[in-house]
Design a protein around this ligand. Structure first.
Ligand code: GH3
Ligand code: MG
Length: 456
């Protein structure tokens, strides 16, 4: 995976060093020598990750990071702080500023590449979601970007740790940050994680007889846990384990002895990122629903019918089954609007749609084409059966007054229905709908409130 990495450092030698290592791995590298320049480049929108020096004249790394994270246009760009100061207090300050990770100078090659690759992978996922969410509808994203996990209450977290004293210490540190479930048995923890919606899983490496990376890898491969952030809690000297964990897709790690502030900050970062991605994902889902459904009635829209009807037809032909369609149009609907107003008309359309929904099976497809025209596609349904379904629906509409109307007084509404069935293989969706439409036209001509079937 190629990615564009911005290296920010006021000392040219440092820039050159990192640049050379990243270029050797085929990353695209751009450089900046101060904070202002870095912000400007990031605002351009082409950066996938920032390696950021802390100690710089003028605007220091903390401030650059804070600004990047505060701006909705750049908040999703991962920031790794590179510093000579390996002080826990600096790390905490950086995490509070929104940094995603740290590297200590002199930078260890393996760690640099493992971290960069893991963050770039995550960024690619976020980018994909952002693009889809934004393309479909733009709302809400900016307001969400500003929110911090701390303001959203505790995160739901699972700790997998074999040692009692370590469990207690972590639980104590996270008591204000997370609703923590603690488990000692990794296999049981895997099931627990698959069945409950955790926002973070902390895995300790301190098992006496179990490889913690096995659990990490299983969590990464299960559908239900694939997107849950993983944080490894390890001991000094376990660099190899850490690097392999990052390769497996573990999101972050912390080294014992645990600095409480650092653990809290790292967990908060993971909660925040998880919620952001979840939001994007549901926003994409929502946009897709919006794109294919009719907002007034909740039925599918014409676009959905156009894209799916030929699939239903192909499937019917392949299975040698008959597919039928009903074309429905409310009778003299204009009079309802003219007499009672448009709102009452809308109410009638909604109630009509509910009756349609109640009358059909799960595999049937009900669509509002627009106005007071509807189509129902009935797979596995022969003509005469479709006709009787249409007749039953017509009767239920005509015989039970609609609740809509002034003072909820009953309103009599009728509908005309045209029925057509797929006659021969090779008939297109448009041709079939046209025949149903002709039948509907005939039903109108013959006096409305009736069902007419079109002979194949
Ligand atoms: P026919 O029996 O021949 O179908 O007569 P009709 O009055 O139902 O048909 P016509 O096509 O003349 O009028 C359809 C009316 O449907 C016109 C329009 O005001 C109304 N209409 C279309 N869309 C909506 C909507 O979303 N809400 C409401 N309230 N009315 C709508
Ligand atoms: Mg009508």
């Amino acid at each position: 995976m190629t990615a564009r990495i911005l290296v920010v450092d006021d000392i040219p030698a440092n820039v050159k060093l990192l640049e050379a290592r990243l270029l050797a791995e085929y990353f695209d590298v751009i450089t900046a020598v101060n904070g202002e320049q870095a912000l400007e480049i990031c605002a351009g929108g082409q950066v996938d990750l920032v390696l950021l020096d802390i100690m710089m004249p003028g605007m220091d790394g903390f401030e650059v990071c804070e600004r990047l994270k505060a701006d909705s246009a750049t908040t999703h760009i991962p920031v790794v702080m590179v510093t000579a100061l390996d002080q826990p207090s600096d790390r905490v300050r950086g995490l509070r500023a929104g940094a995603d990770d740290f590297l200590t100078k002199p930078v260890n090659d393996l760690q640099l590449l493992a971290r960069v690759k893991s963050l770039v992978r995550l960024k690619a996922l976020t980018d994909e979601l952002r693009i889809r969410a934004q393309a479909a509808h733009d709302v809400g994203i900016n307001s969400l970007l500003g929110t911090k996990a701390e303001q959203e209450g505790k995160g739901k977290a699972l700790l997998v740790d074999e040692r009692r004293n370590s469990q207690d210490r972590i639980a104590q540190i996270l008591r204000k940050t997370a609703d923590l479930t603690v488990m000692s048995d990794p296999q049981a923890a895997l099931f627990e994680a698959a069945e409950n919606a955790y926002e973070l899983i902390l895995v300790s490496t301190n098992f006496s007889n179990y490889d913690p990376l096995r659990l990490c890898s299983q969590l990464r491969s299960l559908d239900r846990t694939r997107f849950v952030p993983l944080l490894l809690v390890c001991d000094q000297g376990e660099e190899d384990t850490v690097n392999r964990a990052l390769e497996l897709g573990v999101n972050d790690y912390i080294i014992r002895p645990i600095d409480p502030n650092e653990l809290v900050a790292r967990c908060s970062t993971q909660f925040r990122r998880k919620r952001y991605n979840d939001y994007l994902r549901s926003s994409v889902q929502h946009s897709i629903e919006l794109a294919v459904t009719d907002p007034l009635t909740g039925l599918y829209n014409r676009r959905y019918l156009d894209s799916h009807m030929h699939i239903l037809i192909e499937r019917s032909v392949a299975r040698d089954r008959i597919l039928s369609v009903l074309a429905i149009d409310l009778d003299r609907f204009k009079t309802v609007n003219d007499t009672y107003g448009h709102d009452v008309g809308d109410e009638v359309l909604r109630e009509f749609s509910n009756r349609v929904r109640a009358a059909i099976r799960g595999i049937d497809l009900a669509c509002r084409l627009g106005g007071e025209e509807f189509v129902i596609v009935l797979p596995d349904t022969e003509g005469p059966v479709a006709e009787s379904i249409a007749e039953r629906l017509r009767r239920e509409i005509a015989e039970v007054p609609f609740r809509a109307g002034p003072d909820g007084q009953g309103l009599t509404v009728t509908a005309s229905v045209g029925v057509a069935s797929l006659s021969e293989a090779g008939e297109s969706a448009a041709e079939l709908l046209k025949r149903a439409d002709n039948a509907l036209f005939e039903a109108k001509a013959r006096g409305r409130n009736r069902v007419v079937a079109q002979a194949a």
